[in-house]
Design a protein around this ligand. Structure first.
Ligand code: FPP
Length: 247
């Protein structure tokens, strides 16, 4: 597994602390395709190709966790053909990239509930999760049928079940117990949230986990988000002062 040394990081212009957890809303695939007169699925394919490079770089930089918004609970509203194309890409990605990811010690996890996905997609994903579960490198979280509100609802239900089972009283419930029911259990909070494609909103992504995240809204469409754009975002992150409500 390749990992950049401190000197190499400095050569990239990265001198301070890197974020522990980066979250990315990969927006703009459709517009990237339209700009070129291509069908939208080809934009998603280009997006998948870009994603491979960004995952590799994140892993080599030694960043602990990367969460990617690949399919939201709202994306079911898209045309059937586009949803089918996205499912096809997921199967292709989890099948063709698995050995490489495993070799690089990447540990794959899904955020969201993939139960409504077709069996072939679930199988490819579950196989990737099972193979990489003990890996100690980058924690790669792919958000699929994910929505922050839905995650909080599922977590609340799970917590309530535990409360009833163990007869806990209200005052005993704390944030740690709620966090233990989130899809991101065990991961650090999001430090840096990047959205490509020019829109400036969170679109229901990691609402709880991004409470103190530094937000970056970038103009590039996702397939155009080069390694250099990513390094620029990381350099900009290192210049920000984080206060967490203090002074
Ligand atoms: C948003 O762009 C992008 C998505 C809804 C899908 C993201 C999927 C990928 C990058 C490829 C597949 C992922 C994996 C994990 C293999 P948009 O379609 O909303 O773009 P637009 O705003 O320009 O229409």
């Amino acid at each position: 597994m390749k990992l950049y040394s401190q000197e190499q990081l400095e050569a990239f212009g990265l001198s301070g602390l890197l974020p522990e957890h980066v979250a990315i809303i990969m927006d703009g695939n459709g517009r990237w395709a339209k700009q070129r007169g291509l069908p939208r699925p080809l934009g998603h394919r280009a997006g998948m190709e870009r994603l491979k490079g960004i995952i590799r770089l994140t892993s080599e930089l030694g960043i602990r966790a990367l969460s990617l918004y690949a399919f939201s609970t709202e994306n079911w509203r898209r045309p059937k053909e586009e949803i089918g194309a996205l499912f096809g890409l997921l199967v292709e990605y989890f099948t063709s990239e698995l050995n490489e990811l495993h070799k690089n010690e990447v540990c794959i996890r899904v955020l969201g509930d993939i139960a409504p996905f077709p069996e072939i997609v679930r199988e490819a994903i579950n196989c990737a999760i099972a193979k990489t579960i003990s890996n100690k490198g980058l924690k790669l979280n792919i958000a699929l049928n994910y929505g922050g509100q839905n995650e909080l609802l599922r977590a609340t239900r799970a917590l309530l079940q535990e409360i009833i089972k163990n007869g806990l009283i209200q005052e005993e419930i704390n944030l740690e117990q709620l966090e233990a029911k989130l899809d991101t259990v065990g991961l650090p909070a999001v430090d840096l949230l990047i959205r490509t494609g020019g829109e400036q909103r969170l679109s229901n992504f990691l609402l709880y986990q991004s409470a103190y995240a530094e937000l970056m809204f970038l103009e590039e469409f996702w397939p155009d988000f080069s390694n250099e754009c990513y390094l620029n975002a990381l350099r900009a992150y290192q210049k920000r002062t984080r206060r967490y409500g203090g002074l």
